[in-house]
Design a protein around this ligand. Sequence first.
Ligand SMILES: *[C@@H]1O[C@H](CO)[C@@H](O)[C@H](O)[C@H]1NC(C)=O
Ligand SMILES: *[C@@H]1O[C@H](CO)[C@@H](O)[C@H](O)[C@H]1NC(C)=O
Length: 222
Amino acid sequence: MGASCQTNMLLFVFLWSFFTHSGHTAYPRIRLSYSDLWQMNRTVVFQAQQGTLLQAQTMLLDEPNQRLYVGAKNRLLALRLEHINRDHKEIRWASSESQIEECLMKGREKPECANYIKVLQQYNSTHLLACGTGAFNPTCGLLAVGTKATDRLFSLAEESVENGRGRCPYDPTSLCTSTLYRGELYMGVYTDYWENDGALCRLNSQTYTRTERDDRQQLNRE
Ligand SMILES: *[C@@H]1O[C@H](CO)[C@@H](O)[C@H](O)[C@H]1NC(C)=O
Ligand SMILES: *[C@@H]1O[C@H](CO)[C@@H](O)[C@H](O)[C@H]1NC(C)=O
């Protein structure tokens, strides 16, 4: 992506079904290269504000409502798939001054001491769960998104903001993954500051189960 990133093209949005040539192939094609995308001429570039770097960390596609949610540095976006550059919604969610100060005191660099949104998943039919690194102080909250495309709702429920340890990594460069299955969220995440403790977790609104250190079988048992 190198050279083309120098313009303010910040995010490539894929606006087609991943199931190419349906009916002709037994398996959906789930990977397309960068050049494939351009050759198909079905790539639309989202223009973030001039001079700002989006630093997208995670995305969530809401096909029924034709929306794409993006978790980035200090902000969350809701984009319309049909008109990616037209009236998108945005939530600013930065770390507090004291969190940033504390982060700097731990010897971290300024760019790391921000809230990088790493987790974005459907929580229930009206809300998404979002978690960010919170300047090395993982934080989660719920986003009200409504149930219909016409709702145009996108806001952080302030009262839902809570400690996100075990659900989001501390470090912006840390990789983590999450997926929703039968109403439960499964995550692979480093749960501690020093990244000694990688865990698989399963959570729903009542419970949080995680693998013990050195016990990879635990999630297979009830
Ligand atoms: C690519 O798509 C745009 C908009 O749909 C169209 O204007 C343009 O002519 C297309 N370019 C090619 C090479 O097909
Ligand atoms: C989703 O969860 C939020 C927070 O607990 C709650 O306020 C909302 O009513 C729930 N929505 C539904 C449809 O249950």
